[in-house]
Design a protein. Structure first.
Length: 467
């Protein structure tokens, strides 16, 4: 039987032409594409919303099916592309350019209830130790704030799906796709929402959860190092949106957050005070090395700013034990605060900026028990060491020594690994003065080789044989 030919349409969409079916040419999406949930080419002809206007979201791809889910699509275009991240221009909050148009119609399925439960018990439970505070956070995130800001629920479920992808390897692809779908839909809703004073808190929660997820996506990459670095750079750009989002609203956010959760946020995003640690002393030595280099101000200034931020978050918490939540928070804090000029140096593969990333990776490796980081810190340090070569080996010797000490401890158990968060009572070391001259730092390196532990009761540094 001869197949009946379809009437040709000169102005039909590309998908209908490819499938050789008649297109009704309806806008913004033809009927065939709408019924089959296909990306209609008519959508691509719609104007892209500007970052200064409140953009109306258009039609989206459906949530992936667990049986047919494909490889996850990138959330944000790679650096340098036409649709690269649109950085915010005002205190109204960051606006992102995304790769596809997403419908503002929110559809939730039964497995989203599981994602909501997982967010409370696992994602949130691993970061907030107080059950009362967890209840307060959930009431804030899914209560009035979520109703006034529908994008918040999408992002909450998105990061939960990302977490599930690490716990269920046999369903990893499905949860990765679902995380991307929910996050992209949430971004479209966020960009389409007019900035208002009453949704500042919701915007802050959204941007912090978004930053955590894009940082996880970047740190999960295990391809060639240049590709990994590009994804990490993109995540830093997105994390900077938290800084823009808070802006002058930080006092209001602090008050509302404390009122609804009982948790006090610091008056400054990075406090920068506390007892010295081995890491802060090593960073002081690195600062001296940088000062001795003949670097231009365009390189020296961003590197110094990034290094001092890294030192500020590496001080030992004065009143809290070193539990996972404190360590995971500082990884995000630095990504949020790192200056744009420093990110530009990373894009240029400036060696000094890569060395700072290797020291930042020590914080990530110190939190390797956290689901979002795993072995990413070690991967970064080893990759940068190989990428820069022997000329920079001395600069990277200590980060590699930390990794080697952990490996030796696992294999032999004869000596404890280097603890980068160990508190140092430098006031008890007479040859280390407050100015941290190069000679004093060399002497301190000798001390670190002899002392590897500290008496928690007295704060005094002890020899290994004294324990």
């Amino acid at each position: 039987m001869q197949r009946r030919s379809a009437k040709k349409s000169r102005h039909g969409c590309k998908e209908c032409k490819r499938r050789h079916v008649k297109c009704d040419e309806s806008r913004p999406s033809c009927a065939n594409c709408k019924v089959r949930h296909l990306p209609c080419s008519f959508l691509s002809s719609l104007p892209i919303p500007s970052r200064s206007a409140a953009a109306a979201a258009a039609t989206a791809a459906p949530s992936p099916d667990p049986m047919t889910a494909s490889e996850p699509r990138p959330l944000v275009s790679p650096p340098g592309s036409d649709r690269d991240l649109a950085m915010p221009l005002s205190l109204a909050g960051p606006t992102f350019t995304i790769n596809s148009f997403i419908s503002s119609d929110q559809t939730f399925k039964l497995y989203h209830l599981e994602l909501l439960h997982n967010f409370r018990t696992d994602v949130l439970g691993n970061n907030i130790q107080d059950p009362v505070a967890v209840d307060g956070y959930m009431a804030m995130a899914v209560g009035e704030a979520a109703r006034a800001a529908p994008y918040l629920m999408d992002q909450l479920l998105a990061i939960s799906a990302a977490n599930m992808s690490t716990k269920r390897p046999h369903q990893r692809r499905f949860y990765q796709d679902e995380a991307t779908h929910l996050q992209t839909r949430g971004l479209a809703l966020f960009n389409a929402t007019q900035a208002a004073a009453d949704n500042t808190l919701a915007g802050f929660i959204f941007s912090t959860l978004l930053s955590q997820q894009v940082l996880f996506d970047a740190l999960s990459t295990r391809t060639d190092f240049p590709t990994f670095l590009d994804k990490l750079i993109t995540s830093f750009h997105i994390c900077g949106g938290v800084r823009i989002m808070t802006g002058r609203s930080w006092p209001y956010i602090m008050a509302q957050y404390r009122h609804q959760t009982g948790i006090s946020l610091p008056a400054e995003f990075i406090v920068g005070r506390g007892p010295e640690t081995i890491l802060t002393m090593k960073l002081a030595r690195l600062e001296t090395l940088l000062a001795n280099e003949n670097l231009s101000s365009s390189v020296m200034s961003p590197c110094n700013t990034a290094l001092r931020l890294l030192r500020d978050i590496s001080y030992a918490p004065p009143d809290r034990p070193r539990f996972s939540a404190v360590r995971t928070t500082r990884v995000l804090q630095w990504a949020v605060q790192v200056p744009t000029d420093f990110i530009t140096l990373l894009e240029q593969r400036q060696p000094e900026s890569l060395i700072l990333i290797a020291y930042y990776a020590l914080l990530i490796h110190d939190t390797r028990d956290y689901w979002a980081y795993n072995d990413a810190g070690a991967f970064i340090i080893r990759s940068i060491t190989k990428f820069l070569g022997k000329y920079w080996a001395e600069w990277l010797a200590w980060p590699n020594e930390v990794l080697d000490s952990i490996d030796r401890a696992k294999c032999t158990g004869s000596s404890p690994p280097i603890d980068i968060g160990m508190q140092c009572r430098i006031d008890e070391l007479p040859f280390v003065n407050r100015e941290r001259s190069p000679r004093c730092l060399e002497d301190f390196d000798e001390v670190l080789q002899r002392y590897q532990c500290i008496d928690i009761a007295t704060g005094r540094m002890l020899r290994p044989d004294a324990t």
